[in-house]
Design a protein around this ligand. Structure first.
Ligand SMILES: Cc1ncc(COP(=O)(O)O)c(C=O)c1O
Length: 377
C-alpha cells in the first residue's frame, strides 16, 4: 500500500456490524461480560476502547511499527515513554527539544531519579561524549523546535545499538508522511498529535509507536497503570485528521518553499532556518532521511522590537502557540513555547529574542507572502 493510501486504508476501516465507512465513536467506559473474564476483547476503556484501538492501529501502520498507543496529550505520551526507565537511569536528549519536554525531564522526572543530559545531537560525536554507564536511551527531535536542526537518525540508531540503548524520536514536525524513523532503525516514535496529525487546531493528543512486542507489552502496562489515555471523541477526530495528512503535507510544503524563498531574499531578515535550504548545515542528511522538509520555518529579525512589530502587524498569521494546522500560526519562541527554558540556556542555543517561528498553513501562498511583506516593511 502506498503512503497516501495507507493514511486512508490503514488501521481498522469502518464498522463491520453496520457497514459504516467511518469507525464509530464508542462512547463507553465498561463492557458487559458473559461470565467473569468472558469478554469480547474489551473490559474497561482505560485498558482498551474500540475507537482508540482503531486510531492506535492506524498510527502503528503509518509509522511502520509493531504497536501504537494514544494519550491525552503529547506530554502525556512522552511522560509514559519515560516511565519505561527507572530511578538512576540516564537519558541523552537533543538540546533544543520542545520546552515542555525539557521541563518534564528537569522539573518532574529528575525528582524520580531519571537523569538527563541535553546535547547537540546534530553532531553524533556529542552523543558518544555524553554516554555514561547508566545511559539507557537517546531521545531525538529532528527537525528541532524552533531551530530546525537535523539529527542523522540512521547514525544515531547505529550508535544506540552499539551501546545497547533505545532510540526515541519525536516525529511531530515531520509526521510519518515525510519521515518514518522506525524504518531507519530507531525504536520508539512519539508525537504531539495536537499538531499536523490532527491538523485543525481542535484536538490535544499524543501518540506513541514502538517497534517490538516487548516494548508494546511494557508501554501498554504503563498506559493502563498510569491512565493518561485519549478519549473516544478525540480518537475519532484524530483519525479524521490523519486521513488527509498526505494531501495537507504536500500543500504545507509547497507554500513553505515559496515563503522561504521570499524570506531568504528579504533585507530585514538576518537568518532563515529551514532544513530544505541547501545552506542548512545538515541539508544532505535531511535529504537522505526525509521525503519532504515540512511546513515549519524560523527566521531572525535581529531584535525583540522588530519581532514584536511583525507579530502585531500580520493579518493571516495567528499569534498562537502550537503548529501544524490548516491556518498559519506565528510565535516568538523565547517568550512563548520556550519560555520555560532559562534565558541563559536559550541564548546558548540561539533562541534569540528576535527569532520568529512560523507554521505555514494552507492559505494561498501569495496572501501569506503579501502579509509577511507588509509586516516586515
Ligand atoms: C515537538 C513537540 N513535541 C511535543 C509537544 C507536546 O505536545 P502536547 O502539547 O500535545 O502535549 C509539542 C507541543 O508543542 C511539540 O511541539
Amino acid at each position: 500500500m502506498r503512503r497516501k493510501t495507507k493514511f486512508i486504508h490503514g488501521g481498522i476501516v469502518g464498522d463491520p456490524h453496520t457497514g459504516a465507512v467511518s469507525v464509530p465513536i464508542y462512547q463507553v467506559s465498561t463492557y458487559k461480560q458473559e461470565g467473569v473474564g468472558g469478554h469480547k476483547g474489551y473490559e474497561y476503556s482505560r485498558t482498551g476502547n474500540p475507537t482508540r484501538h482503531a486510531l492506535e492501529e492506524l498510527i502503528k501502520d503509518v509509522e511502520e511499527g509493531y504497536a501504537g498507543f494514544a494519550f491525552g496529550s503529547g506530554m502525556a505520551a512522552i511522560t509514559a515513554v519515560m516511565m519505561l526507565f527507572n530511578s538512576g537511569d540516564h537519558v541523552i536528549l537533543t538540546d533544543d527539544v520542545y520546552g515542555g519536554t525539557y521541563r518534564v525531564m528537569t522539573k518532574v522526572l529528575n525528582r524520580l531519579g531519571i537523569e538527563s543530559a541535553f546535547v547537540d545531537t546534530s553532531d553524533l560525536a556529542n552523543i558518544e561524549q555524553h554516554l555514561q554507564p547508566n545511559t539507557k536511551a537517546i531521545y531525538i527531535e529532528t527537525p528541532t523546535n524552533p531551530l530546525l536542526k537535523i539529527t542523522d537518525l540512521e547514525g544515531a540508531a547505529r550508535l544506540a545499538k552499539k551501546y545497547g540503548l533505545l532510540t526515541i524520536v519525536d516525529n511531530t514536525f515531520s509526521t510519518p508522511y515525510w519521515q518514518t524513523p522506525l524504518a531507519l532503525g530507531t525504536d520508539i516514535v512519539v508525537h504531539s498529535a495536537t499538531k499536523y496529525l490532527g491538523g485543525h487546531s481542535d484536538v490535544v493528543a499524543g501518540l506513541v509507536v514502538v517497534n517490538s512486542e516487548k516494548l508494546a507489552t511494557d508501554l501498554h502496562f504503563i498506559q493502563n497503570a498510569t491512565g493518561g489515555i485519549l478519549g473516544p471523541q478525540d480518537s475519532w477526530l484524530l483519525m479524521r485528521g490523519i486521513k488527509t495528512l498526505g494531501i495537507r503535507m504536500e500543500e504545507h510544503e509547497a507554500n513553505t518553499r515559496k515563503i522561504v524563498d521570499f524570506l531568504v531574499n528579504h533585507p530585514a531578515v538576518q537568518k532563515v532556518y529551514y532544513p530544505g535550504l541547501e545552506t542548512h548545515p545538515n541539508y544532505e542528511i535531511a535529504k537522505k532521511q526525509m521525503r519532504g522538509f515540512g511546513g515549519m520555518v524560523s527566521f531572525d529579525v535581529g531584535s525583540a522590537e522588530k519581532a514584536e512589530q511583525v507579530l502585531t502587524r500580520v493579518r493571516y498569521f495567528t499569534l498562537a502557540e502550537s503548529l501544524g494546522a490548516v491556518e498559519s500560526l506565528i510565535s516568538l519562541p523565547a517568550k512563548m513555547t520556550h519560555a520555560s527554558i532559562p534565558k541563559e540556556r536559550r541564548d546558548e542555543l540561539g533562541i534569540t529574542d528576535g527569532l520568529i517561528r512560523i507554521s505555514v498553513g494552507l492559505e494561498d501562498a501569495d496572501d501569506l507572502i503579501e502579509d509577511l511583506a507588509q509586516a516586515l516593511a
